[in-house]
Ligand binder design. Structure first.
Ligand code: NDP
Length: 321
C-alpha cells in the first residue's frame, strides 16, 4: 500500500493522507506495547503525522508517544507530531487551562518535555477561549514559532468567524497566521468542512486535519446490533460519546452502506475513510485504532479512494442524505 501526501492547506508541509491519533487509546485503552506496534505499522506504511494533545489521558498519551519516538529513533525529518492546548493536562486551576499567553506557553513547554522533542511541528488551539482576547493568543503562537518551539499553528473546532478573526489580527500585525483547523469530519458530520469553511479554503488557504472519521467506530458497522464489547463505547465515563455518535437513524443508514462497500469489495471502515479522502479540502484523515489489525485494515483507504467514482459517491450520498 503506497502512502500519498497532501500539502497542509497553503503551507508547504506535506502530510500523509492518513495520520495516526492517540485520543482514548495511548495511555488509556491500550498498553504501551500495542501503542508501539501501531506507531511502527503507521510509520512503516508512510504515515508521517502523529496527533496528540495535552489533555489526552491527562498528559500520559504524550508521554507514551514520546517514549516510543525516542525508542524508535526515526530521523526527526521523517515525521511530524502535534500537541493541542486549551483543556489542560489535568490541573483544575484557571491558570492551568485556556488560551491566555501563560497557559499557551506553559502547555507548549510541557508538551515538548512529554513528547521528548525540541519543537512541535503542529500546535493547535484545541477549542476557542471566549475569555482571552484573540490578539493575545495569536501573539503567543507567533512568538512560539519565532522561538523555534512550534512550526505551524492552527485551531480545532473553531468557527469560521473565529478563525477569520485570528487572520485579521495576524494580517494587521504582520504575525504568522493559523494554517490548519482540526474539525470532526465523517459521513454523519459534514457541515463545518463542507459548508462553513468553504470560502476559507480559497481566501485563507485553510488546511484540515480531520478527526473521528469513523464516528468513533460507528461507521465500521460493529455497533449495529448493540455496542461492541471491549470497544471505546463501553468504556467507563464515555456514555456521552455513545449518545453523541449512536442512534437508530444512523444505525439504519450504516446498514444501507454495507451493500455499497460490498459491491466495491471493500470493508465498511475502509469505504468510510476513503469517502473522507475524496474531499480535496481534507489535508489528512487522522485514524484512531485500538488494535494493529484495525490500523492495517484502515490503511487500505488510500488505494480505495480510486474506487469511489462519481456514481459510487452519488449512491453513498443518497444513503447519508
Ligand atoms: P475514529 O472515528 O476513526 O475512531 C477510531 C476507533 O474506532 C478506534 O480506536 C477503534 O475503537 C474503532 N475502529 C477503528 N478502526 C476500526 C476497524 N477497522 N474495525 C473496527 N473498529 C475500528 O477516530 P477517533 O475518534 O479515534 O479520532 C482519531 C483521532 O482524531 C484521535 O486519535 C485524535 O488524535 C483526533 N481527535 C481530535 C479531536 C479534537 O477535538 N481535535 C477529538 C477527537 C479525536 P474501538 O476498538 O475501541 O472500538
Amino acid at each position: 500500500m503506497d502512502m500519498r501526501y497532501r500539502r497542509l492547506g497553503k503551507s508547504g508541509l506535506p502530510l500523509s493522507e492518513l495520520s495516526l491519533g492517540s485520543w482514548l487509546t495511548f495511555g488509556k485503552q491500550i498498553d504501551d506495547a500495542t501503542a508501539t506496534k501501531l506507531m511502527k505499522l503507521a510509520y512503516d506504511s508512510g504515515v508521517n503525522f502523529f496527533d496528540n494533545a495535552e489533555t489526552y489521558a491527562r498528559g500520559e498519551s504524550e508521554r507514551v508517544m514520546g517514549r516510543i519516538l525516542a525508542k524508535m529513533k526515526w530521523p526527526r525529518d521523517t515525521w511530524t507530531v502535534s500537541s493541542k492546548v486549551f483543556f489542560g493536562a489535568g490541573g483544575k486551576l484557571p491558570t492551568q487551562r485556556g488560551l491566555h499567553r501563560k497557559h499557551v506557553f506553559e502547555a507548549c513547554h510541557a508538551a515538548l518535555e512529554r513528547l521528548q522533542v525540541d519543537y512541535l511541528d503542529l500546535y493547535f488551539c484545541h477549542r476557542p477561549d471566549k475569555e482571552t482576547p484573540i490578539e493575545e493568543t495569536v501573539w503567543a503562537m507567533h512568538q512560539l514559532i519565532m522561538q523555534g518551539k512550534v512550526l505551524y499553528w492552527g485551531t480545532s473546532e473553531w468557527s469560521a468567524q473565529e478563525i477569520m478573526e485570528a487572520h485579521v489580527v495576524a494580517r494587521t500585525n504582520h504575525l504568522i497566521a493559523p494554517v490548519m483547523e482540526q474539525p470532526q469530519y465523517n459521513m454523519f458530520h459534514r457541515q463545518k468542512v463542507e459548508v462553513e469553511f468553504e470560502q476559507m479554503y480559497r481566501t485563507t488557504g485553510l488546511g484540515t486535519t480531520v478527526w473521528s472519521p469513523l464516528a468513533s467506530g460507528l461507521l465500521t458497522g460493529k455497533h449495529n446490533k448493540g455496542t461492541a464489547k471491549g470497544s471505546r463505547l463501553t468504556m467507563q465515563g464515555l456514555d456521552w460519546l455513545k449518545e453523541q455518535q449512536v442512534n437508530a437513524d444512523r444505525v439504519k443508514r450504516v446498514e444501507k452502506l454495507k451493500p455499497i462497500a460490498a459491491d466495491l469489495g471493500l470493508s465498511l471502515p475502509v469505504m468510510a475513510l476513503a469517502w473522507c479522502l475524496k474531499n480535496p479540502h481534507v489535508s489528512t484523515v487522522i485514524l484512531g485504532a485500538s488494535k494493529e489489525a484495525q490500523l492495517k485494515e484502515n490503511l487500505q483507504a488510500v488505494a480505495a479512494q480510486d474506487l469511489l467514482t462519481p456514481a459510487v459517491m452519488a449512491r453513498i450520498a443518497k444513503v447519508i442524505g
